[in-house]
Design a protein around this ligand. Structure first.
Ligand SMILES: CC(C)(COP(=O)(O)OP(=O)(O)OC[C@H]1O[C@@H](n2cnc3c(N)ncnc32)[C@H](O)[C@@H]1OP(=O)(O)O)[C@@H](O)C(=O)NCCC(=O)NCCS
Length: 181
């Protein structure tokens, strides 16, 4: 299995991964989100990685830029969204490898914080923990019962300990429908 940055010509294949992984209805919404994010200037810089087996794309992960508002500090931050592995390739550790490779590359680039809104039993194994407790608000309020789904991890510096604020995503990801159940 190989992991590398995606190329522009792979867009269709990538959208297909999300369609299949998320299932019929949600798959359409998520693949549209990915397509729009790949063209969203306010999401730049992005990190788009694919996992390949025998030159076939079997997984995709996207990290896009976020801004931390309500703070004086300029914090370099990204958000992981979305991640998808072809159904028949799931539970083989590919998701975890894509997350970790993305984090490794972002760390090298000097990114300080990475956020994710996702399953609280999955992402902590890759170093994420609740962001609300650290004073970082999501773009829209997360209901109390789902608070643990809003997570962060620190890659560089001490922003997690010294700062707090509200996360604002790219124009596309900041649309409220992406923050509802
Ligand atoms: C979630 C997903 C990306 C995980 O990728 P993967 O390659 O299958 O995951 P890994 O092999 O690294 O890890 C598998 C583990 O994650 C768990 N897991 C998978 N999906 C999960 C979910 N939605 N919530 C919690 N845990 C989950 C599995 O039960 C398994 O646990 P185990 O190791 O204790 O058996 C993949 O299942 C997928 O594409 N799902 C559909 C799309 C989706 O929900 N994306 C995430 C939201 S952005």
């Amino acid at each position: 299995m190989q992991i590398r940055k995606s190329t522009e010509s792979e867009c269709k294949e990538i959208l297909n991964i999300h369609n299949q992984a998320f299932g019929e209805k949600k798959g359409q919404v998520i693949s549209k989100l990915v397509e729009d994010l790949l063209n969203d200037k306010s999401a730049m810089p992005i990190l788009s990685l694919v996992a390949l087996e025998n030159e076939r794309i079997i997984g995709h992960i996207l990290y896009t830029k976020v801004t931390i508002t309500q703070t004086e500090l300029a914090i370099s931050a990204q958000i992981l969204a979305p991640l998808a592995i072809l159904p028949e390739e799931q539970k083989k550790g590919i998701g975890e490898k894509l997350i970790n490779e993305g984090i490794r590359q972002l760390k090298e680039l000097g990114t300080e914080l990475v956020f994710v809104l996702g399953h609280p039993s999955y992402y902590p194994r890759c170093g994420f923990f609740p962001a609300g407790e650290k004073g970082f608000e999501a773009p829209y309020p997360i209901p109390e019962e789902h608070a643990a789904a809003w997570m962060v991890q620190s890659l560089n510096g001490d922003a997690l300990e010294t700062a707090n604020g509200k996360v604002q995503c790219s124009n596309i990801l900041n649309e409220p429908q992406h923050w509802r159940e």
